[in-house]
Design a protein around this ligand. Sequence first.
Ligand code: V07
Length: 250
Amino acid sequence: MVLTQQEEAVLSRINRNRIPGHVAMIMDGNGRWARERGLPRSAGHRQGVETVREVVRFSNYLGIKALTLFAFSTENWRRPAQEINFLMSLPEQYLQSELPELIKNNVKVRLMGDEKRLPGQVRRAIAKGMEATGENSGMILNFALNYGARMEIVRAVQAMLTDLKQGKIKAEVSEKSFAAYLYTAGLPDPDLLIRTGGEYRISNFLLWQLAYSELWFTPLYWPDFGKIHLLEAIKDFQQRERRFGKIPKV
Ligand code: V07
């Protein structure tokens, strides 16, 4: 990995043994990035994919064990059809160019969200990516597509009721047994949430899983987010961890 002097300087102040295990990201600000340059929104999304490529590579290099990216929310269907069509071409484009490298780097691709409403072409591309990386044991790369946290929770309750009616489970719920019905089953909760684009909200992302996560917000637009910013976020995460480390968790 080639790093600038500035990136090396921040990296040297980071404890490589205390890299957050699971990092989640809300990738906001692509449209505004484009508008400020007089470009169509699609140009912002295209540049956003470049950031995804860089962030995935660098996260893997740093030893992050799981990376969850909010690519398309259940609310995003309200956007113009033209923009939705463009967005729906991105998973296939990304996987077409990155899959060989993801396979080589032992990255495992996963999808979280309601697949049913996704176009067949998107589902096929992702199924292929998941199939090709299914045996990999390195970083888990979770794409949240057609994802909404309230929907995820309601869906989990429905699935529990189905299992109950079929006699597969007893009429008992614990945090642990409930979490097994979420898309993130088997994954640790995110240690760190990063949101770009200057909004200071969670926006229906991982409501259950973010209960104890550190939150890191930046006004930077997603296409402007780079290695240096991920390093800054991790540095802040480690400083907060040190500050609060002495206080016992409730
Ligand atoms: C999307 C680029 C990043 C900024 C946010 C909106 C636009 C990567 C994917 C993707 C999804 C699934 C997958 C592989 C890649 C993606 C959408 C939008 C819909 F298996 N970037 N990206 N999907 N943007």
